[in-house]
Write a protein that binds this ligand. Sequence first.
Ligand code: A2P
Length: 333
Amino acid sequence: ALPVVAIVGATGAVGVELLECLEQRDFPLSELRLLASPRSAGKTMTFKGKEITIQALDENSFNGVDIALFSAGGSISKVYGPIAVKAGAVVVDNSSAFRQDPDVPLVVPEVNPEAVKQHKGIIANPNCSTIIALVPLWPLHAKNRITRFIAATYQAASGAGAAAMEELREGTRAYLEDRPFTPTVLPHPYAFNLFSHNAKVDPANGYNEEEMKMVKETWKIFGDADIRISATCVRVPVLRAHSEALTVEFERPITPAEVKDILATAPGVRIVDDWEKNYFPMPVDASGQGDILVGRIRQDISDPSGHSIQLFVAGDQLLKGAALNAVQIAELL
Ligand code: A2P
């Protein structure tokens, strides 16, 4: 029989995209169950032309569910993930709650699909900035080991949820109309501004949690904890696609031509690198796309030994950074 699939957090920024991905990819299922907070219970969402009534999440929500896609935040995952597993479901969790648990595979289907087999009920979907960097870096790493990379991110509002996207719209309107506006979702004014990622900063080293996720999750997904990684994560006033500047050092010398050659056939990657027209990856072009856009492919002139490459990438945070990756994991199941 076809699986029963549940979306936990169906009304959220990622939840809406999960439903959309299941529909567009014609995911084989016998029933789709939509779960959210009591605030949304009784409202409906449309799946394949049919209205489905949203139910309030509770301990009995997972009876009969085979695959549960969680995107309602870490605290909901921690409480209800194990309940779903006990009810017989396999959980694909979008939060960071279980990502570093040694019993939980952390999967990017283009990178480590075989890791899915090791699951004990829960599979974790990686951090969005991590996924967007690793899809193009993996095929390069496979040919010429990456020894070090440095990332600077330009992250969209969507990573902080639907309310943050709305706050960006509202704050921008207020700014243009010269009205005062006090942000309540994000800690700083967002319109015509940018700020260091709002994740907690570790007093020991000054890195915020988002930056350390990129470090530790890359180690786990690549199965290589010797890669030296550093990141600076920044929120920019973009709605739903993240961009990243990547400086990547390889074990052996490498040329931009080789990088282009490898990425031209890499799954999930599209090269956008027109030097003449100055056309490169942009969040508006990445939005709504499953592929990670990769451009600015050039030799890093600060490393005359020829081991280092610069890239600029953009990917839809809600799709490949979250919902699409989770649905691809469910497809592997
Ligand atoms: P709701 O819309 O009913 O509040 P986002 O990441 O965009 O902020 O979305 C968060 C998602 O998590 C929403 O679907 C939200 O549902 C859901 N959610 C929040 N709190 C709970 C809760 N206590 N129980 C179930 N779902 C929740």
